[in-house]
Write a protein that binds this ligand. Structure first.
Ligand SMILES: O=C(O)C[C@@H](Cc1ccccc1)[C@H](O)SCc1ccccc1
Ligand SMILES: [Zn+2]
Length: 169
């Protein structure tokens, strides 16, 4: 289990590097990320959230009490997005205890490499589409609060800056 970074950590705003080979280190990283995600708990986690600047995200949307259905997406890229959009309430493990409505394309097609090195194309809709887009944004330093009005976003950032200052004493 690894510590999850919270804003305003600069690593959450950096662009992650592509992974050039799915080796043992990447397999171990994926396991650590899934463990950290389940412990949070969350339904998704991107490597930059634990300070690892690599293009890999993990997700598991299986409901409580159902068998785990972990997904590991390496070097994911969105190939297609639907015209239709959907508004859903999002949270983020790096922006604790805040939930805001975000509008995103309702369906996306993602191409990625899986842990066996196969290239996979996934058509995601509903919650999986939201989670995929939320996680892939993390790989480019984009956070869901970036889609909020400036007024709301500034209020969120101020809240965390105060907390950071208090923690610094
Ligand atoms: O911070 C993250 O990237 C993980 C998010 C992913 C996520 C955010 C919004 C909508 C879908 C996925 C965490 O899963 S936030 C915690 C959470 C847990 C269960 C359901 C929704 C959000
Ligand atoms: Zn997040």
């Amino acid at each position: 289990i690894r510590p999850i970074l919270v804003i305003p950590d600069a690593r959450l705003r950096a662009v992650a590097d592509p992974i050039d080979s799915v080796d043992e280190d990447i397999k171990t990283l994926a396991k650590d990320m899934l463990e950290t995600m389940y412990d949070a708990p969350g339904i998704g986690l991107a490597a930059p959230q634990i300070g690892v600047m690599k293009r890999i995200v993990v997700m598991d949307l299986a409901p409580e009490g159902e068998p785990a259905a972990p997904l590991v997406l390496i070097n994911p890229e969105i190939l297609k997005v639907s015209e239709e959009t959907a508004v859903t309430e999002e949270g983020c493990l790096s922006i604790p205890e805040l939930y805001y409505d975000v509008e995103r394309p309702a369906e996306v097609t993602v191409r990625y490499t899986d842990l066996d090195g196969n290239i996979v194309e996934l058509e995601a809709k509903e919650r999986l589409a939201v989670c995929v887009q939320h996680e892939l944004d993390h790989l480019d330093g984009v956070l869901y609060i970036d889609y909020l009005s400036r007024l709301k976003r500034d209020r969120v950032i101020k809240k965390f800056d105060k907390a950071a200052k208090r923690a610094a004493g």
